[in-house]
Design a protein around this ligand. Structure first.
Ligand code: ZN
Ligand code: ZN
Length: 369
């Protein structure tokens, strides 16, 4: 038997030895040891980790936008990320243009279509309800079924104007008309009040910016505890997603939640060119380091950038190192080191473990980091 590619002498995040064979872009064998010929071999040192390719489920990577934009490969393959989901940068009117560019990237790019028809062309895309054209969203979903994996609604003060909870009700209606496809909801300053937003969300809906430090967040700052309605949403199965961003990740909120036993389901960056170049985001690895200093263990951190986002966005061939799955892998090291990490509110923590992608494999093609 000969393979296209074999990864030799790797280590899984739980410490076991792992070797992986890939043919025609798909994982065809996973074992402790694979002895066979291959056209290409990546031989590791037994200490370097291999996981399913990292998935960042909240990014902005349509380069033609001016507010939030980036280039898929700058935040993807170059950063150990094999798959990104653009979270509503575009709407039904401009998503085709995004698709044409995105499919040229080495990184796997998917999109959530913004319920507002031009996406985040301006900061207040949901202030004018006439921009939410249900039929246009259905059309985008029909025309780009392999690209659009869900819908996005940004539910915070500057975005919705005077519209209160109405845009979310419209988003839920669109979702229900499309086989309950994934819905991501951004939160921030009120109105709408967070308890009202959460009351409208269902099991499986993704709440991004879950650990933001704003007054309208999940933390009751006087009582120093997580608000009851946030716990109620968490317990009913609303998916808590980090969506770090320029303004939306606070160490203290994440730490308080963890102390009470509440964890984010998925770790994502909300990255775009400015918070990549100037911080505080930089990349997915740095965001993962932040959850490590909060107190998450590395194996669960890896799950939160692989299995979890794959499940939440219904990717049936990604997120696991398993026969039949896509040949997307991230090869990385975790080493002792020193690094000051800064959250969105300027608070810092000292990391003592540094995670660093060294190779990114996408569809069986190997890229060095
Ligand atoms: Zn947002
Ligand atoms: Zn965003």
């Amino acid at each position: 038997m000969s393979y296209d590619l074999i990864i030799k002498n790797g280590r899984s995040i739980t410490g076991s030895r792992i070797e992986i064979a890939i043919n025609a872009g798909k994982i065809v064998k996973v074992s402790e040891q694979i002895d066979a010929d291959s056209k290409e071999e990546v031989c590791l040192d037994g200490q370097t980790y291999v996981s399913a390719g990292w998935i960042d489920d909240h990014v902005h990577c349509f380069e033609k936008m001016s507010l939030y934009y980036d280039f898929p490969d700058e935040i993807g393959v170059k950063k150990g990320v094999t798959t990104v989901i653009d979270a509503g940068t575009t709407g039904a009117e401009n998503i085709h243009e995004f698709y044409d560019l995105a499919k040229q990237a080495k990184t796997n790019v998917y999109a959530l279509v913004n319920i507002s028809k031009w996406g985040i062309i301006e900061q207040d895309e949901l202030a004018d309800l006439s921009k939410i054209k249900e039929e246009l969203v259905h059309k985008a979903l029909r025309e780009l079924p392999d690209f659009v994996v869900g819908i996005k609604a940004r539910m915070s003060k500057t975005v919705i104007g005077e519209n209160g909870i109405t845009p979310l009700e419209m988003a839920k209606k669109i979702q229900q008309a499309n086989h309950n496809l994934p819905l991501m909801v951004h939160i921030g300053s009120a109105p709408p009040q967070l308890d009202d937003i959460l009351a409208h969300m269902s099991k499986g809906d993704v709440l991004t910016h879950c650990f933001n430090g704003k007054p309208n967040g999940i933390l009751d700052k006087e009582q120093e505890k997580i608000k009851d309605f946030a716990w109620a949403a968490y317990n009913k199965g609303v998916v808590f997603d980090i969506g770090h961003g320029t303004d939306s990740f606070n160490f203290h909120v994440a730490e308080t939640a963890l102390k009470e036993g509440m964890k984010a389901a998925s770790i994502s960056t909300d990255i775009y060119i400015r918070n990549r170049e100037n911080g505080p985001v930089y990349d997915l690895a740095t965001t993962m380091e932040k959850l490590r200093v909060v107190g998450y263990e590395w194996p669960e951190i890896i799950e939160k950038v692989t299995v979890e986002p794959a499940e939440n966005f219904h990717f049936t061939t990604k997120g696991q190192v398993k026969e039949g799955y896509d040949g997307d892998l991230t090869i990385f090291t975790i080493e002792a080191g020193q690094k000051t990490l800064t959250d969105s509110n300027g608070f810092t923590r000292e990391a003592t473990e540094i995670i660093k992608p060294v190779k990114t494999i996408i569809g069986g093609v190997v890229y060095d980091n």
